[in-house]
Write a protein that binds this ligand. Sequence first.
Ligand SMILES: *[C@@H]1O[C@H](CO)[C@@H](O)[C@H](O)[C@H]1NC(C)=O
Ligand SMILES: *[C@@H]1O[C@H](CO)[C@@H](O)[C@H](O)[C@H]1NC(C)=O
Length: 242
Amino acid sequence: MRTLLCVLFGLALPFEIYTRATNVISMSQKRPNTRPIIGILAMPVVSKYGDEYIRSDYVKFLESGGARVVPIRSGGGANTTQGPYYESGKIFYDLALQANDQGDYFPIWGTCLGLELLTVLTAKKYLLSDTDSKNLTLPLTLAEGYRRSHVFKHMPHDILNYLRTEPVAQNNHQHSILVKDFKASSKLSEFYKILSTNHGRDHLEFVSFMEALGFEPSNAHIRSLELVTGALWTLLFVVEPL
Ligand SMILES: *[C@@H]1O[C@H](CO)[C@@H](O)[C@H](O)[C@H]1NC(C)=O
Ligand SMILES: *[C@@H]1O[C@H](CO)[C@@H](O)[C@H](O)[C@H]1NC(C)=O
C-alpha cells in the first residue's frame, strides 16, 4: 500500500517517461495494440548485481494499468546535476518540451529522484535543500487550486480525503525543493504549480507534488494520464478497501 503510493506521491526515486500510444501489430493477435509504451529511466545504484535498477513495483503498477514498460538505461551515479542520469533525463525532458511546443503530447512523470531532477532541468540549477524527510509517511497537504490540476481533477472525493487525512504518502528523500525556494525561482513557479506540500521532521516545508502548467492533453492523449490515476484508484481499492 505505502510502497504503491510512493510511486505517485513519494519524492525521491526514478523518472518515468510516457511515450505516445502507438499502434503496434501484435504477432499473436494480428490486430492493433493501443496500450501505451511507458519508458522508465533506470536508477543508478552501486551493487554487486549491476550499476542500475528499476523498482519492480513501478513496472507492475504501470502494467496493471494496461501499459507496456520499457527500461531506459542510464548508468553512472545518481547525480542530478551532471553525469548519465542527468543527461538521459535531459534528453527526454527536451523532447517533451519540443513535442509540447508542436502541439503534441509527451508526458513525463517524476517520482522521488525524478522530481528532483525535473527541478534541476527546469530551474537550470540545483535548488534543493537537505531536509529530515527519510522514512516519513504523511498525509498530503493539498494546495489551493489542486482540483484544477490534471492529476486531481477527476479523482473521486473519497480517495482525495484518504490522501489528505491518512499518512499514505511515503517520503524517503534527503533533498527537497523547499516551498520558499520554489516560489523564489521564477523558472520553477512559472513552469509548475504546487499541488501539495509537506513538512519534514525539521519543520521545513517542501513541495510534495507539482504539475507543469500550460499543457493540455487532447482527448486522444488523455488515456496515459487516466491510466496512471485509474490504476492508482483501482489498486487503492484492491489493496486496502476504503
Ligand atoms: C554532483 O556532482 C558534483 C560534482 O562532483 C557535486 O559537486 C555535487 O555535490 C553532486 N550532487 C549531488 C546531489 O550529489
Ligand atoms: C521507518 O519508520 C518505521 C516507523 O517509524 C520504523 O518502524 C522503521 O524501523 C523505520 N525504518 C528505517 C529503515 O529506519
